[in-house]
Design a protein around this ligand. Structure first.
Ligand code: HEC
Length: 456
């Protein structure tokens, strides 16, 4: 039996109206229409604490947990599902699920319950358009805008898709990844340098590529640390891939506590070490995202290591600090023009605000939807606003860095798991449905999907 049905609209408000009438209480105001339960509601209903945070860290990097698709009821069902998830995790060599299978299955069987309906929140209005591209079996981690197109890359299918942002017409390119036929290249981050070139990391083929959207040609860079899982380009406050004063591009590695520097002209790669996070295996630390400040220092997060740090390329030295609480899971951070870091905490739904000039945490914000797990914060270079992915609540948040006010923009699908936000000069906001598996996003398209959100 499925448990993800919610009550028919208005059944809950009707009951409360009747109760109010019987008790002689004043009539309650007209209720908002019932919301479907979302992954954030499912998570909000779990007991807060270190176990819940570790569950979020292990179970939400690929897809939402709970509604709409990833839920079970009995201990046996959870055991089977978790065994399968550990297999997928091992197969892709990610070391994401770090809790032991049996206690995890017991904890979920005891505590995980499908809420009858979702939480109602006030949302800001937007005109939203969805653009399908690529096969439904693909996994589309990120998107970026370049040359009048929105770009998606398929992690498994090794194809790049360019979607015309006006007409929705799709063109596709075979990506020259160095893997046997049928194996994933692992296309991960897609972003652009200031000159409008697309850059893509390939976690499985251990490559980086530059794609010129005008000439439609790839330049391939090989020679990264083997088994390092090349992951994420260092980005700057303008949301571009960062280039140092000699044109160098930097990237993190998911499975090693290092950053690499690539000289795009010569292809030369240098490796830069960061401190070992001693209490964990290196592969499980997950040095993930990084940003560059105005002095060229590189600030990075360790998601499972639960720290953030700074590598100074001038001295080639790095130091790290712990996040303010255990297991908060710092993920894709942003930096603003005042060199302040905005670090999303995947496992708490909070944002740590860290001033790199004063070397201190100056604020810790809480997202307005409980149970949400924000994967990324991106800074809109045109307005200075910060956009946060509401990866568990099917939404995007706009955060005003001055007033710290947060507006919620709801995406039109449940399971709308997002990992990035891009910004067009005309004010349009872009993202894509990035669930692995893609089919956990409940949508009428048999495809990957990029989404254009135009705030009203
Ligand atoms: C490395 C990526 C990854 C991680 C991490 C992951 N999953 Fe999954 N999950 C998948 C994929 C892929 C599917 C769909 C394919 C399948 O069911 O075999 C899936 C499907 C599911 C389903 C639906 C299965 C069904 O029978 O309908 C459940 C439940 C689930 N995941 C729970 C979890 C839990 C709990 C965790 C954390 C312990 C987790 N997942 C972590 C990738 C992942």
């Amino acid at each position: 039996m499925r448990r993800d049905r919610w009550l028919p609209p208005f059944s809950f408000p009707l009951v409360s109206l009747l109760l109010a009438a019987c008790s002689g209480a004043p009539p309650v105001p007209a209720p908002a229409p019932a919301e479907p339960p979302r992954s954030s509601d499912y998570i909000a209903a779990l007991p807060e604490g270190e176990i819940r945070r570790q569950v979020i860290l292990g179970c939400t990097p690929c897809h939402q947990l709970g509604t709409p698709a990833a839920h079970k009821q009995t201990l046996e069902e959870w055991r089977a599902a978790i065994a399968r998830m550990k297999q997928i995790d091992d197969h892709l060599d990610l070391a994401l699920i770090q809790l032991e299978a049996e206690p995890l299955a017991q904890w979920l069987a005891k505590h995980a319950r499908m809420p009858a309906q979702g939480r109602t929140v006030q949302t800001a209005s937007a005109d939203i358009r969805e653009y399908p591209a690529g096969p439904k079996s693909g996994f589309y981690h990120d998107m970026a805008l370049a040359g009048g197109k929105a770009w998606l890359a398929d992690y498994f299918g090794n194809k790049l898709y360019g979607i015309d942002t006006g007409t929705g017409t799709v063109e596709s390119y075979d990506i020259p990844v160095n893997v046997p036929a049928g194996k994933p290249g692992g296309a991960h981050q897609i972003d652009t340098t200031r000159d409008g070139m697309l850059w893509i990391t390939f976690t499985k083929s251990e490559q980086v590529m530059r794609f010129d959207p005008r000439t439609k040609t790839f330049r391939v860079y090989d020679g990264f640390e083997k088994g390092g899982n090349v992951q994420y380009f260092v980005v700057d406050a303008d949301r571009n891939v960062y280039q140092d004063e000699r044109g160098g591009i930097w990237m993190t590695h998911f499975s090693r506590e290092i950053l690499s520097r690539l000289d795009p002209k010569t292809g030369k790669i240098t490796v830069h070490k960061t401190p070992r996070t001693a209490h964990m295996k290196e592969k499980g630390v997950h040095l993930y995202a990084a940003v560059a400040d105005s002095k060229g220092r590189l600030w990075y997060t360790e998601t499972h290591g639960n720290r953030f740090g700074m590598l100074d390329p001038r001295t080639d030295k790095a130091w790290e600090v712990d996040m303010p609480e255990k297991y908060v899971g710092p993920k894709r951070l942003a930096i603003d023009k005042d060199d302040v870091l905005w670090i999303p905490e995947l496992a708490t739904g909070k944002i740590t605000v860290y001033d790199t000039r004063r070397r201190k945490i100056v604020d810790r914000l809480t997202l307005p939807i409980p149970g949400d797990f924000p994967y990324a914060i991106r800074r809109n270079p045109h307005t200075g606003d910060l956009w946060v992915t509401g990866s568990g609540s099917d939404s995007l948040y706009r955060l005003d860095p001055k007033t710290k006010k947060i507006a919620i923009y709801r995406l039109p699908r449940t399971g709308a798991y997002t990992r990035t936000v891009s910004f067009a000069e005309n004010g349009d906001i872009w993202t894509n449905y990035a669930s692995f598996p893609n089919t956990h996003t409940r949508m009428p398209f048999e495809a990957g999907v990029v989404v254009r959100l135009r705030p009203r």
